[in-house]
Design a protein around this ligand. Structure first.
Ligand SMILES: *[C@@H]1O[C@H](CO)[C@@H](O)[C@H](O)[C@H]1NC(C)=O
Ligand SMILES: *[C@@H]1O[C@H](CO)[C@@H](O)[C@H](O)[C@H]1NC(C)=O
Ligand SMILES: *[C@@H]1O[C@H](CO)[C@@H](O)[C@H](O)[C@H]1NC(C)=O
Ligand SMILES: *[C@@H]1O[C@H](CO)[C@@H](O)[C@H](O)[C@H]1NC(C)=O
Ligand SMILES: *[C@@H]1O[C@H](CO)[C@@H](O)[C@H](O)[C@H]1NC(C)=O
Length: 509
């Protein structure tokens, strides 16, 4: 994430208290099954998603009086950070009605504008009270994305943050993961209303261009792996590291890396990005391009760590049953050309583009690997950018930069396209759909012999084989052979039949 998302607060009956828990609206997490895979097949995880606490109604524990309205705190309920946390409750959320968040089968749709709400951020949950711990060191992660209705200035993001798995439960945070608390990322965002059980009310200032957002003196920092930040015109994947493990509160401009202190903070705000357009291939990803964003495709990310230290983050795509390798770099100074992230690539890129290198200063890929090994939380969001118009992703950045200089062009969007006022009105109906989330050993989460992705919306699309399993093959007894949006092909070994066990899983029996 480059700048952080903006949050909306509504006067609705839904809340949990500070981080206490409110009881006006029941909290029901939309189900979003995922799959874990090995070379011999995948099994379904009955996961769900939860809305971040910052989007929720925050009201007095014992009444419906708002603790926070627009971007202002109630000074009676919130005279100081601890009292505020004790007096206020976060309530449950109407996911579809208020926030435009829906799930269907293994697909999650995030609508950009719904009524008064703008954007959203959800986390994958293992069960009612814990985020799903994702430990992806030396593992692979894949998902399908449909960004055909996600334009310039928007970001449909899927990423990992090293948040506490219980949401940071304390005596002043009784809400926890069930209500989406404990967010942090490498931007050390100041817009969180509660951080580590304390209200972020000291020196809280309303945002200049956003009536629903503000920032306090505390920031919430942690390691972040951006697997996907994209709209239909541009995409980047970016590791960002911090000097500390887990959620760390920052409270000074230097520590938080604010403003001119950007390159001094405890987290690397720029990250080491691989954006195909920026890296010299302007024909690779976009509407009608090699990876055609007019329709759905699979994004595969491999966290390569054969000896326990992360050495590379590789990317490939699968669309219409065909594997598409990531684009090669075409930048003077990056030689030989590469199509993945290594420390060598990061250093060469920073040097070629004349960018500062906090990624290396804070530990580079090895540090990212340690966070991946400890376990991170999967965040999915849609947002627009009140700080920099998303120009760093899909346009020219800096917007007044010399476009003949390497690294300045990031995508085809204009340098006025990302103004939040414009996108919130002209692209309000935009949305992103994430589906078919899988993780497991490298090579196990996608099929090289599969049928076109996204051709089936129900039932068994035919058996699959592990990658490299050859064609015309036979799937062994007890292995997966189908399920909702299963993209494999093949048949069960003779003597067994592909049997539907549930909509998500069919097995050779
Ligand atoms: C509600 O809570 C506030 C602060 O915790 C307290 O001052 C007030 O007396 C309570 N009101 C009722 C009706 O319990
Ligand atoms: C919920 O999931 C977490 C993380 O996997 C696990 O540690 C915890 O035991 C689970 N709790 C229940 C009640 O299943
Ligand atoms: C709050 O703002 C005042 C005035 O700018 C400043 O002196 C003080 O250090 C700030 N407090 C914190 C915790 O940032
Ligand atoms: C900032 O945090 C440090 C420890 O991390 C603490 O010692 C200091 O008092 C804090 N300063 C403010 C203004 O909260
Ligand atoms: C894609 O990458 C793989 C692994 O690096 C390589 O074996 C294969 O030849 C590449 N395919 C194409 C079409 O370049």
């Amino acid at each position: 994430m480059f700048p952080t998302a903006v949050l909306t607060t509504l006067c609705l009956l839904a809340v949990v208290s500070a981080q206490q828990v409110g009881t006006q609206v029941a909290e029901n997490h939309p189900p979003l099954p995922a799959q874990t895979c090995t070379a011999s097949g995948c099994t379904t995880v009955q996961s769900s998603v939860v809305l971040d606490g910052n989007w929720r109604w925050l009201h007095a524990t014992n009444s419906t009086t708002n603790c926070y309205t627009g971007n202002t705190w109630d000074t009676t309920l919130c005279p100081d950070p601890t009292t505020c946390a004790n007096n206020c409750a976060l309530d449950g959320a109407d996911y579809s009605g208020t926030y435009g968040i829906t799930t269907s089968g293994n697909a999650l749709t995030l609508k950009f504008v719904t009524g008064a709400n703008i954007g959203s951020r959800v986390y994958l949950m293992a069960n009612a009270t814990s985020y799903q711990p994702l430990k992806l060191l030396n593992q692979e992660f894949s998902f399908d994305v449909d960004m055909s209705n996600l334009g310039c200035g928007l970001n449909g993001a899927l990423y990992l943050s090293e948040m506490p798995m219980d949401g940071g439960l304390t005596t002043t945070n009784k809400a926890g993961a069930k209500y989406g608390t404990g967010y942090c990322d490498s931007q050390c965002p100041h817009d969180l209303k509660f951080i580590k059980g304390l209200a972020n009310i000291v020196n809280w200032t309303g945002a200049a261009t956003d009536p629903n957002s503000g920032s306090g003196s505390l920031g919430t920092c942690c390691n972040e792996m951006d697997i996907w930040e994209a709209n239909k015109n541009a995409a980047a994947y970016t590791p960002h590291v911090c000097s500390t493990a887990g959620l760390t509160v920052c409270n000074s401009t230097t520590q938080c890396g604010d403003g001119d202190d950007r390159d001094m903070g405890i987290c690397d705000k720029d990250g080491c990005d691989f954006n195909s357009f920026r890296m010299g291939d302007q024909t690779f990803l976009g509407p009608g391009k090699t990876v055609d964003t007019n329709s759905k495709f699979t994004v595969v990310t491999q966290f390569v760590a054969p000896s326990g230290t992360l050495t590379a983050i590789n990317r490939l795509y699968v669309q219409n049953g065909k594997v598409i390798n990531n684009s090669m770099t075409d930048i003077a100074g990056i030689s030989p050309a590469v199509n993945g992230i290594t420390d060598t690539f990061c250093n060469a890129q920073k040097s070629a583009f004349g960018d500062s290198n906090s990624f290396e200063r804070l530990g580079g890929l090895a540090a990212m690997g340690q966070a991946l090994g400890r376990g991170m939380v999967l965040a999915l969001s849609v947002w627009d950018d009140h700080t920099a118009g998303m120009y760093w992703l899909d346009s020219t950045y800096p917007t007044d930069g010399d476009v003949t200089q390497p690294g300045v062009l990031r995508g085809p969007c204009s340098t006025t396209s990302g103004d939040p006022k414009t996108v919130e009105s002209s692209e309000g109906s935009n949305q992103v759909i994430f589906s078919n989330i899988k993780w497991g050993s490298i090579g196990s989460t996608y099929s090289t012999t599969g049928q076109p992705t996204g051709t089936s919306s129900s039932g068994n699309t035919g058996p699959t084989q592990p990658p490299g399993g050859g064609s015309g093959g036979s799937i062994p007894q007890y292995q997966q052979c189908g399920g909702l949006q299963w993209t494999g092909s093949g048949t069960c070994v003779s003597g067994t039949t592909c049997t539907v066990l549930n909509p998500y899983y069919s097995q050779c029996l």
